[in-house]
Design a protein around this ligand. Sequence first.
Ligand SMILES: *Cc1c(COP(=O)(O)O)cnc(C)c1O
Length: 480
Amino acid sequence: MSDVSGSELRALMARVPSVEKVMASAEFAALISEYGRTQVLDTVRAALDAWRASAQAGGASVGALDSRQLHATVEAVLRRRNESRLRSVFNLTGTVLHTNLGRALLPDEAVQAVMKALTQPANLEFDLGTGKRGDRDDLIDELICELTGAEAATVVNNNAAAVLLTLSALASKKEVVVSRGELVEIGGAFRIPDIMSRAGARLREVGTTNRTHLKDYDDAIGPQTALLMKVHASNYAIHGFTKEVGLDEIAPLAHARGLAVVVDLGSGTLVDLSQWGLPREPTVRETVEAGADLVTFSGDKLLGGPQAGLIVGRRDLIAKIKKHPLKRALRVGKLTLAALEPVLQLYRAPEKLVERLTTLRLLTRPTDDIRLAAERVQPALQRAVGEQYAVLAEPMFSQIGSGALPVDVLPSYGLVVRMADGKRGGRHLLTLEKLLREMARPVIGRIADDALRLDLRCLEAADEAQLIGQLLERPKDTHA
Ligand SMILES: *Cc1c(COP(=O)(O)O)cnc(C)c1O
């Protein structure tokens, strides 16, 4: 269309309906009923303003305002605006406990319990026996003690909070002895030296990066010492000429000097994973039995529950921790407790755990099963990406993730996308990775060795069907 003259423009403007008239029209009634008058009004106003502005500015190719077009625009804006920013994705990264993708997926028992806690009042801090005020830890501490062999327990927001609270309550203005080999950083924001200073405790480093001896701990103990601490080297391993002092040696030393030992176990598994062919990790119970006075661990790593930090150990120390003001600031909500209890209860039937605990089921999923999934998804992915790419089902390795067992990998299977002509993928693969990430339910893979890799370990049946369906739809970008 050619340029619009001044008089044509005035005529166009005059025909633009008023906001009131648009709002009163039959076709907008449904939008108002769904989204409410306020935001429909704002969106209509913005759409009309935008139309006027473009008519005035360009003039070119401006036709009369189309009311169907206006409705479609307003509806699209409202829909996008009201979509959740927290979206379901397909975790095909190969990392089962992926911190950036929300870590452990919860079993249905936990989901049901959360739903109830969300919609019905509950005895969160109400003692049904006495009718008086209760303590939210009472809902869960017996179960935690049963599963860990500890005397007492308390739950806070996450393991970082558990460590911060423990050090604040027990070591403020005092020294905590830690091996230099254990001064870890986890995910950038959690560093043992930083947490230590936040808690008002002084870090007393002993030993060297690769070797620490019992004598190093012994020499460091003085009148200012509050605790000896061991930290699980969650996300790295030191090989070669190394020496770490075990809890079996540190605990007797600490106790002989009248001190307590705190262990930050990181992932903190409740069962011996080697029975399912997974790498061995010290369990919380073993750590308590080896003499730890307190053990802290995460709820959403290997344990397979909601985000939480569990502190277990000596009754007197837990009582002191619970009295600290930070406990109130770091406490968990009812949704966390609702989800944690049924997950912990699953551990009472260890023989059913692989089937029922989602995290463990994914970690132990047979490679053949994953291979069959890869073969079923392959044609859909090949069709979706086009002939320019070659999609092959190939063996690969998954990781447990979240700092658990960092150097161990699990044999898996997945789809590998390369250039069909054998040339380097480079930017093409980056573009493809982005397209998958922008799908209605984003597909998250990884690029390595000049190939896009989608590990199918975490793609269980219902998700598999959804992924295939999404890949076979005509590719369209709904979230540009
Ligand atoms: C993961 C981890 C933490 C942090 O736990 P969050 O639950 O993520 O707060 C602390 N210490 C160790 C050793 C860990 O592995």
